[in-house]
Design a protein around this ligand. Structure first.
Ligand code: SIN
Length: 281
């Protein structure tokens, strides 16, 4: 089927997320539909689609309408697609999930990935939700004084302390690997101007940010902890409940995400395609 629809955009809350209805992602998209999805993604930070029956090839074709695909260095790949689809998997006998803490992907890269398109392949009976938090809302809610201070600051991010390790369960059981490739360090503004929306987003995260540029770890920790507590406030969040055929497409520059690990003894298998981004300022 070809799409020729007017998409329906339904916000999922006051500040973050929107469900996009009336589109079949298995079919080629019209330019106007791509533009609506892109605009909504940049504005709301994450978009959701329901009841999509798409093959890995169609997942790739959809992703390529937005940006070139990033080949993930650390995740297990789905066989047969040149590394373009990564697996986010937890088996019934595994207790640790991937992404089970607030983070934004790839902030350790000089040019961080735009975002990811995550597709549910197998879900637990209950649980396994993904939470999203708006970093636009987090920035906007800071005082003018703190915004002014942070506007002149940059932060140091790294992959080394996360993907360079080999002792974590998901590394020992082979879901994550290639530790030798975890050599990325990057410095980005603490408040970035989003290249698509022009809005300012808070751009530090508990997983990959080490310190403020020119500050020690000890000096940085109290302010980073304050910002992490602030950014994780429920007012800035939306919790997405997956169903078979659900897709979440998030923007790493505008959101954090958190994969809830509340389905012990069950399998959850997601396919993730990550898109290349643009330089941040
Ligand atoms: C991730 O952090 O990329 C995984 C999110 C999820 O599995 O819900």
């Amino acid at each position: 089927m070809r799409n020729s629809s007017v998409l329906e955009v339904v916000p999922t809350g006051p500040v973050v997320g929107a469900e996009i209805r009336g589109v079949d992602l298995a079919a080629p998209l019209e330019e106007a539909e791509v533009a609506t999805i892109r605009r909504t993604l940049f504005d709301r930070g994450v978009v959701f689609f329901r009841d999509q029956a798409i093959s890995p090839e169609q997942h790739i074709a959809f992703a390529e309408r937005f940006a070139p695909i990033n080949i993930n260095r650390f995740f297990t790949k789905v066989d047969g697609f040149g590394g373009r689809i990564a697996e986010v998997r937890k088996e019934p006998n595994q207790t640790k999930n991937i992404g089970g803490g607030w983070h934004t992907d790839h902030s350790y890269d000089q040019i961080p990935a735009l975002g990811s398109i995550l597709l549910a392949r197998e879900l637990p009976e209950e649980g396994g939700d993904t939470l999203f938090a708006s970093m636009y809302a987090a920035w906007d809610a800071l005082s003018d004084g703190l915004k002014q201070t942070l506007s002149g600051m940059k932060a140091v991010h790294s992959s080394r302390h996360v993907f360079g390790r080999t002792d974590r369960p998901e590394q020992q059981d082979g879901r994550l690997g290639n530790a030798a490739a975890a050599t990325q360090d990057a410095i980005h503004p603490v408040g970035i101007r989003h290249p698509g929306s022009g809005r300012i987003a808070l751009y530090v995260n508990p997983a990959f940010t080490l310190r403020f540029e020119g500050w020690t770890d000890e000096e940085s920790k109290p302010l980073l902890d304050y910002l992490y507590g602030h950014a994780a406030r429920p007012e800035f969040q939306y919790r997405f409940q997956w169903q078979p055929g659900s897709i979440a497409f998030w923007d790493n520059r505008a959101t954090w995400h958190y994969a809830a690990n509340d389905y012990q003894g069950e399998r959850r298998l997601m396919h993730r395609i990550t898109l290349e981004g643009e330089a941040l300022s």
